[in-house]
Structure formats: structure tokens, C-alpha cells
Design a protein. Structure first.
Length: 298
């Protein structure tokens, strides 16, 4: 279906999938279901029965950002590694849905957003008779941590620029700069996988992370070499994955953004810091409808 920029959307019907968590290694079954207008995206832990198991996605619900984005509710029910699914929901203009899962972590699939795009394509999308509102950036918002920086600045569309630099010759310095819409996300970002260094795997597993990681769901680097037999999907797959992460991390704010995001050496933590800075600076943005003539400050 063609997606209207003026209306909210949900999935047309339920769709079910399963896989393992990157960090927990747990096998998790997931169902994405339609939801009412203005309800947003809500994760539901169906394996939790002794307390509130609904975890609405909000910028201030993010409680952890080490190698992934983790959200929690007031009862400390958590859902981990939401960013790749969130990026697909953002790119495909899904405003409202319920994501039920019987474990603590969204499956990693192949380490990219492409499987989630395909899953949402199977579900289809349904237009809802409710206006879609955008967060229009009016003045710069910036967060800095040492040599790392994340900024939001005014723009007529949603743009993402990202720059990374690693000592490994397999990565080096890379930059990507894109206008993000459904077509560009599908073509330029969706299949770019997460990555990690072999030397870090044992340390990560000692602290309970990367237990489900493998070359089936991540690009693995050893020194200056990519270990995956199939190699890279793109020569700059690393920075494109970082841009993909940013699309998902920004969507936790609860609405699409009209503005430009730029991340320099940033990651999930700084992405969320930019979201929190946005929420704390209400004069730096306004709600508006898609059409310029319908712009409305509230």
C-alpha cells in the first residue's frame, strides 16, 4: 500500500517470528499486532505475570545503552535490543503497534533491520483516521561527550549523517549522509549488520552480553580482518549500521522527526542523550502536521 504522510498507520494484521537474542542468547517468540491510533509502540513481555508487563516506548524509558538500547517500565520489566526493529518501524511509518515477546530481548535475526522490514511487509500496513504529527526541529540541540557529538538541527526532511573512526584497517574512518525515507532506508541502510571485535567477545560474555552473537548475526573483526566468510555487504557497512541504529534510537521519542541528526563517533548512549535533550528543550521544536500550511505550534 502507499503510505500517507498525513495519517497514522498500524500493521494490517498480526505477524509472528522467532529468533535468538544477541546478548542473552535466549530463544524468543515475537508477535507484532495492530494497535489503536495514538497508542504508540508498546512492548509486552508475555512471560511476565507478577507485575505490569507492558513497556511503552518513550525516550525516558531507555535505561541502558551498552551495545544496545534497553527500555523498562516502572515495574522494571525490561526489553533489550529494540533498535533494529524500531528502525524498521520508523522507516515504514508504523506509528502504533503492540510487540508481544516471551523473553527479555528482541531477536537479533541477521544483525540488521532487513528481516524486520520483510516481517512488516508480510503484516502489511493499515492507514488510520488520525493525523500523524511530526517533531519539527526549530533550533540546534547538541550533546557532547569528549570527542563524541550528537546534534539535531532544522531541516525540511529527516536526515541522518554519521561518522565513525576505528584503528582497525577493516573499518578506518567512514561517513554516510542520507535523507531518510522508506525507499532510502530499504536501499541504503536496512541490510547493514551490527559488528564487533573478536578480542572483546570473552569480556562481554563475562558480563552477560553477546551470548547469542555469531557470524550469523554480526560482522566480526579480528585485528584488521573481517572474519565472516561472505565478507561485507557494503564497503562502508559499519557506518551505515550506525546510521540504522540512530534511526531506531531516535524513534523512541514517539514521533517522526523533521530535522537533521548528525552523530560523530556516537553510539546508543549519545543517541539517547540527544533524545533526552530534545525532550528537555521544548522551545527547540514544535509539533506540526506534514503539510507546511498545516503547521501548528502547541
Amino acid at each position: 500500500m502507499s503510505v500517507s504522510p498525513y495519517h497514522q498507520h498500524t500493521v494490517a494484521g498480526p505477524v509472528i517470528f522467532a529468533g535468538i537474542g544477541l546478548h542473552t542468547g535466549a530463544h524468543v517468540r515475537v508477535a507484532v499486532r495492530p494497535a489503536a491510533p495514538d497508542s504508540g509502540i508498546v512492548f509486552v513481555r508475555t512471560d511476565v505475570h507478577d507485575r505490569d508487563n507492558r513497556v511503552p516506548v518513550r525516550g525516558d524509558a531507555v535505561v541502558q545503552t551498552q551495545l544496545g538500547t534497553v527500555i523498562a517500565n516502572a515495574a522494571d520489566v525490561r526489553v533489550s535490543t529494540i533498535e533494529h526493529l524500531m528502525a524498521a518501524l520508523a522507516a515504514l511509518s508504523v506509528d502504533n503497534c503492540v510487540v508481544e515477546l516471551d523473553g527479555p530481548e528482541v531477536p537479533i535475526m541477521d544483525g540488521s533491520s532487513e528481516p524486520f522490514v520483510q516481517i512488516l511487509d508480510r503484516a502489511g500496513r493499515r492507514r488510520q483516521e488520525a493525523a500523524r504529527r511530526y517533531i519539527e526541529i526549530l533550533s540546534p540541540i547538541e550533546v557532547i561527550e569528549g570527542d563524541k557529538r550528537a546534534t539535531l538541527t532544522p531541516a525540511e526532511s529527516f536526515e541522518v549523517a554519521f561518522e565513525i573512526a576505528f584503528a582497525s584497517k577493516a573499518i578506518g574512518r567512514q561517513r554516510v549522509d542520507l535523507v531518510i525515507d522508506e525507499a532510502s532506508f530499504r536501499k541504503e541502510l536496512s541490510n547493514c549488520r551490527t559488528f564487533g571485535f573478536l578480542r572483546e567477545v570473552e569480556a562481554l560474555r563475562d558480563i552477560g552480553l553477546a551470548r547469542g552473537g555469531s557470524m550469523e548475526n554480526a560482522v566480526v573483526i579480528d585485528g584488521d580482518r573481517v572474519l565472516n566468510p561472505e565478507g561485507l555487504r557494503r564497503s562502508d557497512e559499519f557506518v551505515r549500521h550506525k546510521a540504522l541504529d540512530a534511526v531506531g534510537d531516535l524513534y523512541v521519542v514517539g514521533a517522526p522527526i523533521l530535522g537533521r541528526f548528525e552523530g560523530i563517533l556516537a553510539g546508543h548512549g549519545l543517541n539517547n542523550a540527544a533524545v533526552r535533550a530534545l525532550m528537555e528543550q521544548p522551545r527547540a521544536w514544535r509539533w506540526r502536521a506534514y503539510a507546511p500550511e498545516l503547521a501548528e505550534a502547541v
